[in-house]
Every structure is written in structure tokens, then in C-alpha cells.
Design a binder for this molecule. Structure first.
Ligand code: PLP
Length: 350
């Protein structure tokens, strides 16, 4: 099958240098870390990766988590309690929404990218701390959050801002530094940056980067950091190799941008309902779950894999084919997708 639905945006998951680093790491450290970070699970490999991620994101420190789901849970529950408030974009990733509930802070969701509505909600807050959380690039729509406006509102309201850049890191910004770099924002603008390593980095795991105080707070209070086995050190070694490639090989981002432009041009010519996305996430709206499934099955018969995304991952009536592009795709492969989509449109109209 020719796949157009993975998050391996730069094609690094199968890179020989990343694979070799994983193998060397396993030979050096063994397979498992053996314990939580605070016991004996924290190896030199983890330590070096944390230092490199801090440098990469331009922040004093970074802390590794075993998954992105756990990073969001850890940071939000460590920062907020019962008397605090969390404000989230409606389309935020499930891990952010779940973490908000677990923190017991008062949770409010604002309409997608609607900063004026967020401001109205925040003006009603009487007491407690406030945290605004947003995806940097929205995982199912592919559009970019209005980060400069979110920064302004958070500054006016004295709120923390957390950006989950799972889909921006590696793809956007100079050297792949992500959504923040795309807008020229730094630590003073966005105090909490969360990133995942299982997408453009092609490996596994996640991190939070920020001030010394933030990281110390997480080491003490993020339960999903404290009470779990550390990532295998070999995975940290593989990520170090992939981080070096992310930074150095700008051609991967350029190639991806070319593929995105070619896909959008081709799909628009076919009259397909594209969404306003400039990232490798290029959803084709189907509407009903049945339509999305029918399209996905039809593509599968032609050897092309694009899974149907249905509620509750996306809102009711917004089922879609979530097409994702990767620097590993060739133009020929992209054209195969486009011609299969052309036949789709002929056989089953929207
Ligand atoms: C994938 C994703 C996560 C979760 O990361 P995992 O490492 O897969 O647990 C969190 N936030 C966003 C926006 C994501 O897309």
C-alpha cells in the first residue's frame, strides 16, 4: 500500500542514521531503561537529548516524557488545581482536553481560532490562575493557531500560554523549530512549549521546554513524569540522530512544501473540498462517516492507504480523509494519489 496518512512528515522514521543510532543505543544501554527517571531510569542519552532539545527550542531547559499524551497530562495537572481556569481551542488534541478535566480546573473551550471569544471568556474570570492551551498546528485540520493574538490576550489577562507543537516541530520555522519560530515568538511570549517526537522526528516520546522553574515544577509535580518508566535510552539516542537531521536537512522541508503546493493545486483542479491548510495535513472533507469510509475503501482498492477520520476524533458531520504528505513521497507517488482521487470524485460525488 502507498500510505498518505502517517505523521512521519520528514521521512525520518526509516532513516539509516536514525536506525543505526537506535541499534547502537540498545547495544550500549540495553533495551529498557529499567526504572523511572527519578530512580535509575535517567541515562546519559536522555540527559543529552534534553540539553539538545533545550538548545533547539531556545529555552533554558527541556524535560522528556514517555508520550505526548503524558506530557500534556503532566504539565497541565502540575500547573493547575481546583481554583484555576483552563481555556482551550475547541479543536485542541484530546490529550489537552483530557488533561484539563483531570486537573480539576474550570475548563472552558472557545470556538476554533476565535481569540475575541477567548478574551470574552477570560474577562468573566474572578479568581485563580489561568492557562490558555492550543495546538500550534491543529492535528485534524492542519491550520496554524493565531499565536501572536493568543500571546497578546494572555499578556493582557496575566495568563500562562501552552502551545502543543506536535505537528509544527520539524516542519515549520528555521531548522524546523516549529510554529513559534514561524511567528518569531520566544520564551517570554509562550512560557510552556510541548513537542512530540513520534511525528516529524520519526521516533517516539515527547518533551516540555521552558524556564528552569517550570522544569523543576514538573520534576516535582508532574505525576505522568514521576510515576512511569523512562523511555528506552536507545530511543533517546535515535532521536538525537533525528534531531540533527531535522536541523541540517532543510531540503526535506522544501520538498514537503513543494508536495503540498502540488497537491493543493491538483486537488483544487479536481474540485475537491480542501481546507485552509499550509501544512502537510491536507484533509478532504467528506461529511458523513459513511462517505469518508466509502472513499477510504475505494482508495484502498487502488493500493492507496488514507484512513477515514470520523467522530469523535472530529465533530459530527465533519468526517474526512486526513491526507498527510511526507518528504519521503515522490512526485510520482503524489500524482498516483491525485489520479485515484480524480476517479473517486467521478464515482461518488460529494
Ligand atoms: C499526537 C499528538 C499528541 C500525543 O502525542 P503522543 O506522543 O502520540 O502521545 C499530543 N498532541 C497533539 C496535538 C498530537 O497530535
Amino acid at each position: 500500500m502507498l500510505a498518505f496518512c502517517s505523521n512521519d512528515y520528514l521521512g525520518l522514521a526509516g532513516h539509516p542514521e536514525v536506525i543505526a543510532a537506535l541499534q547502537r543505543g540498545a547495544a550500549t544501554y540495553g533495551v529498557g531503561s529499567g526504572a523511572a527517571h527519578l530512580v535509575t531510569g535517567h541515562s546519559k542519552a536522555h540527559h543529552e537529548l534534553e540539553a539538545e532539545l533545550a538548545e533547539f527550542t531556545g529555552r533554558p531547559r527541556a524535560l522528556l516524557f514517555s508520550t505526548g499524551y503524558m506530557a500534556n497530562q503532566g504539565v497541565i495537572t502540575a500547573l493547575l488545581g481546583r481554583n484555576d481556569h483552563i481555556y482551550q481551542d475547541r479543536l485542541n488534541h484530546a490529550s489537552l482536553l483530557d488533561a484539563g478535566l483531570l486537573s480539576r480546573a474550570r475548563s472552558r473551550r472557545f470556538p476554533h481560532r476565535d481569540v475575541a471569544a477567548l478574551q470574552q471568556q477570560m474577562l468573566q474570570q474572578q479568581s485563580g490562575e489561568a492557562l490558555v492551551a492550543s495546538d500550534g498546528v491543529f492535528s485534524m485540520d492542519g491550520d496554524i493557531a493565531p499565536l501572536p493574538e493568543l500571546v497578546r490576550v494572555c499578556r493582557e489577562q496575566g495568563a500562562w500560554l501552552l502551545v502543543d507543537d506536535a505537528h509544527g516541530l520539524g516542519v515549520l520555522g528555521d531548522q524546523g523549530r516549529g510554529s513559534l519560530d514561524h511567528f518569531g515568538l520566544g520564551l517570554a511570549d509562550v512560557p510552556v512549549l510541548m513537542g512530540t517526537l513520534g511525528k516529524a522526528f520519526g521516533t517516539f516520546g515527547a518533551f516540555v521546554a521552558g524556564s528552569d522553574e517550570l522544569i523543576e515544577t514538573l520534576i516535582q509535580g508532574a505525576r505522568s513524569y514521576v510515576f512511569t518508566t523512562a523511555l528506552p535510552p536507545a530511543v533517546a539516542e535515535a532521536t538525537r540522530a533525528s534531531l540533527a537531521l531535522v536541523r541540517k536537512e532543510a531540503w526535506r522541508r522544501e520538498r514537503l512544501q513543494n508536495l503540498i503546493a502540488r497537491f493543493r493545486q491538483g486537488a483544487a483542479a479536481l474540485g475537491l473540498p480542501l481546507m485552509a491548510s499550509e501544512t502537510p495535513i491536507q484533509p478532504i472533507l467528506a461529511g458523513t462517516a459513511e462517505q469518508a469510509l466509502a472513499w477510504s475503501r475505494r482508495l484502498e482498492r487502488e493500493g492507496i492507504l488514507v484512513s477515514a477520520i470520523r467522530p469523535p476524533t472530529v465533530p459530527e458531520g465533519a468526517a474526512r480523509l486526513r491526507v498527510t504528505l511526507s518528504a519521503a513521497h515522490t512526485r510520482g507517488q503524489l500524482d498516483r494519489l491525485l489520479s485515484a482521487l480524480a476517479r473517486l470524485e467521478l464515482s461518488e460525488s460529494v
